[in-house]
Design a protein around this ligand. Structure first.
Ligand SMILES: [Zn+2]
Length: 281
């Protein structure tokens, strides 16, 4: 199947075979819930992995094979960052490299201001743009840039960090650059993980939801780091936000999505709650 046929048929596939049938019974939220979800072959929502990166272990051919094996639409992403795409030539090369394959083309910029040196015609060739808030400049009292995923992220004052972190979230969500998906929301650095529930106050969650709603941005449920949590998903669903699933995988983890399926089912998300990429061509 080439990319054009994929784009034309993946909507039908999702609307038909994956969530066309109603579940036979109401799900019971037991301790064994995760096993039930894993064993379940039918969901009332589209199961797609829209956050997949190519790597040495995972070529585009391997991604296409995985998509076929799992019968699951996949979206490939490339970072717009110093280690990824930094100019129009690289952006064009990336789009040209992915276009022949039956996968969605995603872009994942890492910092606000990412689009100013790139051609808008090229950006529009992507099926979606996802951005996460994981690089927080001036994130501690030492003026350091915090890469949230790094074990050595150093936070001296949790509340001061959260103030700065929220500002960073809102810069992304209220900016005027194109954005479809807010990836990896609410993830905190290692040193703050134990305080997750206290630091993510209802007021902060609502601020994020209001900003995402205003811009029409979907929320990614990230499988690897298991964010966001149930309370946030239910609040976002009530506000009418859409969701996506992302493995953030670069290897065999692509398409696994256990947490995504678990929490989506628990929060009773259905087809209408999901963002479906559109072809912009
Ligand atoms: Zn990513």
């Amino acid at each position: 199947m080439n990319r054009k046929v994929f784009l034309q048929t993946s909507g039908c596939l999702l609307a038909g075979t994956i969530f066309g049938k109603k579940p036979e019974r109401e799900m019971i939220f037991s301790d064994n819930f995760i096993n039930e979800v894993r064993a379940c072959t039918e969901y009332n929502f589209p199961v797609m992995d829209l956050h997949v990166h190519r790597s040495k272990q995972l070529t585009i051919e391997a991604i296409v094979a995985k998509s076929k094996e799992l019968d699951m639409p996949i979206g490939v992403m490339e970072n717009i960052a110093s280690w990824g795409i930094t100019n129009n030539t690289q952006l064009k090369d990336y789009i040209d490299a992915i276009k022949p394959y039956p996968v969605y083309i995603g872009l994942q910029p890492m910092s606000p201001g990412w689009s100013k040196n790139l051609s808008s015609e090229l950006i529009e060739q992507a099926d979606y743009i996802a951005m996460d808030p994981q690089i927080v400049e001036n994130g501690n009292g030492y003026g350091e840039t915090i890469n949230l995923w790094e074990y050595s992220s150093y936070i001296d004052d949790a509340e001061a960090f959260m103030e700065r972190n929220m500002q960073h979230y809102l810069n992304i969500l209220t900016g005027d650059e194109p954005l479809d998906i807010f990836a990896c929301p609410l993830f905190l650095p290692c040193c703050l993980q134990r305080e997750y529930n206290a630091l993510w106050t209802k007021k902060r969650l609502q601020q994020i939801i209001d900003a995402a709603k205003e811009k029409g941005v979907a929320i990614e449920i990230n499988d690897i780091v298991r964010v966001p949590h149930e309370e946030f998903i239910i609040m976002a669903k009530r506000a009418g936000l859409k969701f996506t699933f992302g493995s953030d995988g670069r290897n065999h983890l692509v398409g696994r999505l256990d947490y995504c399926k678990y929490v989506a089912k628990k929060c009773r998300l259905t087809e209408k709650d999901f963002f479906i990429p559109r072809s912009r061509r």
